[in-house]
Design a protein around this ligand. Structure first.
Ligand SMILES: C[S@@+](CC[C@H](N)C(=O)[O-])C[C@H]1O[C@@H](n2cnc3c(N)ncnc32)[C@H](O)[C@@H]1O
Length: 385
């Protein structure tokens, strides 16, 4: 995910998050320590580590924000103590191991891209035996909620003109992460249950699977599941994103997983949930299966939904076919252009010259030299050393 500098500002502005992180660093960093700031952004944790006495900080960040971080470090007199490395941590080999590795590379939930594999890798290669990982642990919680307003915002317009738009609605019900405005304890239908504990000192599997059974505590219309996490940064140092918590964090939040349609629940009903997060390629696919049984007639299934973010985007049969094992690809016109540019990049040719050759080779494709140079430059940023 590419954050803007203002996004990094919002992370620093999140007082609930920062208060715990600052305290965790203060407790963990001893004078003379080596610290890794994994996913440094604009470098706030690296700066704090220096303030608390770190001898050396390796600030690793692939985003261009690292240049701003470098400037900030210099402005604060830490240029000689912080080494900035513009890469993914998994591509970095450090000259020494660290006493402390600090990171916050989560999203709305801790399941974001390669967050967990990156921590597993850093723990194995960059941390001294007995060193400190911040955070230590995330606990991910689930419950059943009422979210009439949010649900309406996502669905009402599909029905407004009285056409059957189920094809679109079906896709929307398989998406997650919708924000609910007022997450108060009153919207809950049952006490939260622990779905997953991510103990970063031992974790190796980036996937999570859990089954939960909720006994409904009040009557009302329910719309889906609410999921959030509580973080333990160091022993006894926590922050929570639970509904109703005082002074909640702002950059994470709670993720709403809708049901295919709302269900009228009665006190005593049983809601069984099987929930899975699976890292596929660069993203997580969530699957949530919900079975609701009535208290009055326990044999009768009141509702059953089997949902997945896999169905949360229009599926193109053509693109699925193109990803299959037996497909034999042939370059299309755009592929031919990129192929030509990349092949020229292996022969010590300046970008301007490649752009000129491109215009000659693909007449009519680039209206101006600048357009050709932009195309070449984009590939150079992505693929040159
Ligand atoms: C949520 S931001 C946190 C920024 C800053 N540490 C803070 O707490 O304000 C996470 C950052 O981690 C970076 N990141 C994610 N995975 C990474 C990895 N494997 N190696 C290095 N940086 C990574 C992202 O580019 C992003 O800038």
């Amino acid at each position: 995910m590419a954050y803007s500098i203002s996004d990094y500002g919002a992370m620093i502005a999140d007082q609930a998050r920062m208060t715990s992180y600052v305290e965790a660093l203060r407790r963990s960093v001893k004078p003379g320590d080596v610290v890794v700031d994994l996913g440094a952004g604009t470098g706030i944790f690296a700066l704090l580590a220096c303030r608390f006495g770190a001898r050396r900080v390796y600030a690793i960040e692939p985003n261009d924000a690292i240049h701003v971080a470098r400037e900030i470090a210099a402005a604060n007199g830490y240029a000689d103590r912080i080494e900035f490395i513009q890469k993914l941590s998994t591509e970095v080999t450090l000259p020494e191991q660290a006493d402390v590795i600090i990171s916050d590379i989560r999203g709305l939930l801790p399941f974001l891209g390669h967050h967990i594999p990156a921590i597993v890798d850093a723990r194995a290669r960059m941390l001294k035996p007995g060193g400190t990982l911040i955070p230590q642990r995330d606990d991910v919680w689930v419950t059943v909620v009422e979210a009439e307003e949010t649900y309406g915002e996502y669905f009402n317009h599909w029905r407004k003109y009285e056409f059957d738009m189920m094809a679109a609605e079906r896709i929307v019900t398989n998406t997650t992460g919708w924000s609910i405005k007022d997450v108060t304890p009153e919207i809950l239908f049952a006490g939260p249950q622990l779905w997953a504990t991510l103990d970063y000192s031992t974790i190796s599997d980036p996937n999570a699977f859990g089954e939960m059974s909720f006994t409904v505590t009040r009557d009302g219309m329910a719309h889906g599941l609410l999921i959030w996490f509580d973080a333990t940064l160091a022993e006894g140092l926590r922050f929570s994103n639970a509904p109703g918590v005082e002074n909640p964090t702002k950059v994470y939040g709670r993720s709403f997983f809708p049901w295919s349609h709302p269900v009228e629940l009665q006190e005593g009903d049983q809601v069984n949930v099987r929930l899975e997060a699976r890292l596929v390629s660069d993203d997580y696919i969530y699957r949530w299966e919900t079975t609701i049984k009535s208290k009055q007639e326990p044999q009768r299934i009141k509702a059953h939904f089997n949902q997945s973010t896999f169905y949360g985007a229009p599926l193109s049969l053509a693109s699925l076919r193109k990803q299959s094992d037996a497909y034999i690809p042939e370059l299309n016109p755009e592929g031919l252009i990129d192929h030509y540019i990349l092949s020229q990049m292996t022969s010590q040719t300046p970008l301007g010259e490649i752009a000129e050759q491109l215009i000659e080779r693909f007449p009519g494709k680039f209206a101006r030299r600048q357009d050709a140079l932009t195309r070449v430059g984009e590939l150079a940023v992505k693929y040159s050393k």
